[in-house]
Design a protein around this ligand. Structure first.
Ligand SMILES: [Zn+2]
Length: 383
């Protein structure tokens, strides 16, 4: 009875509501068409993500640091100076990271040069690895993720989301030096192909190259302990997998920059960053020779946290109590990214924006599907 009478008395409101509903449906439809049109215009069909664990923006934008080169943290000062030292920062950073400065800085975008007022940082309050990688891949700086333990991540990540989209099934893979990634990316739930630490690639169709890597990785000295594979092996595994299986999304997670910094070895920290820059160049050059990847692949490179400032003890570490640890950087290179080079606007981007950016480059909306809060895509990376 009650609803009957209210529909009589409130008849005009019902009509108004119907009109509002029509308007809402029409605007949703228009938004959907715009989204579709935008995704159709994008050239990116593949995304490669690379992380350099705990590598500082200071070395990326300023090159090798003279205070650290001349401190007890550098054993062979003259060797480091010879390889990485020039009086001006722009020459110095090019000596350390030639691919970043010859290619990305001219054809892509670099975020996080605080000397210019452009900032990139983590939104999570912890400033170490699991919370950082969780933020990058789930878009959600979840305060439950406040540890580095091998416990399964409850949050959906963008890699597993993409792996479920049509045309991307079994076309997403991760190769990581640190052994915790199967937990961070919740392999038990996501069923992603994740090869971590000193584990073998056990695919029945694996190439001889992959089988050879399986064999030799157990023969190298475990210089970073049994849980952290040396980065050149992670890279070689990822490259061999890419060549054979042609994934549409590949993630390579390098660890040495963080571990060597913790060991207080500035010479090797620089050397690892330099080698990894070389891996990126080799990978990028290879992509340009393959039909599937050439002019259709976006490369995103970033880190999971920053580390301390110059004062000796702070440089080797990071965490919520060490100033500078939230400071990160992001590099993007691809066919949809305007070649603005070093971003000079006085804005701040956050690692939590990367998940939606990765999905958006492939025409997907991760944020709408994640089931938890997630950052918006980074503005200006693509139209
Ligand atoms: Zn660390």
């Amino acid at each position: 009875m009650e609803s009957w009478s209210s529909s009589i008395h409130l008849g005009h409101i019902t009509v108004k509501r119907n009109n509002q509903m029509k308007k809402l449906i029409l605007s949703c439809f228009a938004a959907l068409l715009t989204l579709q049109a935008a995704s159709q215009q994008l050239k990116t069909e593949n995304v490669i993500i690379v992380t350099l664990d705990g590598f500082r923006w200071q070395e990326l934008f300023r090159g090798a640091d003279s205070t650290l080169i001349n401190s007890a943290f550098t054993k062979d000062t003259s060797a480091v100076k010879k390889k990485f030292w020039a009086p001006d920062a722009s020459s110095r950073r090019k000596m350390l990271l030639p691919f970043f400065w010859d290619v990305i800085a001219t054809k892509g975008q670099l975020f996080g040069n605080r000397d210019l007022g452009n900032k990139s940082e983590v939104a999570n309050p912890y400033h170490f690895s699991y919370p950082g990688y969780n933020e990058i891949f789930t878009g959600f700086p979840d305060t439950r993720i406040n540890h580095n333990d091998p416990t399964d991540n409850p949050n959906i990540n963008v890699l597993e989301f993409i792996n479920k989209q049509r045309g991307f099934e079994h076309k997403v893979a991760a190769f990581t030096s640190w052994h915790i990634f199967p937990s961070i990316l919740n392999q038990n739930r996501s069923k992603l192909l994740i090869n971590s630490g000193y584990s073998d690639v056990n695919l029945p169709t694996a190439s001889d190259r992959l089988k050879h890597l399986n064999e030799i990785q157990h023969k190298v000295p475990e210089l970073l302990g049994p849980d952290i594979r040396l980065d050149f092996l992670t890279y070689e595994f990822g490259k061999a997998y890419l060549k054979q299986y042609k994934p549409r999304v590949l993630y390579l997670a390098f660890a040495e920059t963080d571990d060597l910094a913790h060991e207080g070895n500035y010479q090797f920290y620089l050397q690892s960053a330099h080698k990894e820059d070389g891996f990126l160049k080799e990978l990028w050059d290879y992509l340009q020779t393959e039909m599937q990847y050439k002019d259709k692949t976006t490369l995103i490179i970033t880190c999971d946290h920053g580390r301390g400032e110059l004062s000796d003890k702070n440089w080797i570490s990071h965490g919520k109590d060490i100033p500078g640890s939230k400071q990160t950087w992001v590099a993007i290179l691809g066919p949809d990214t305007p070649p603005t080079g070093m971003v000079k606007t006085k804005d701040t981007i956050y690692q939590k924006q990367l998940a939606q950016t990765i999905a958006g480059l492939l025409g997907f909306d991760f944020k709408a599907a994640a089931g938890h809060p997630a950052g918006d895509q980074i503005p200006g990376v693509f139209k």
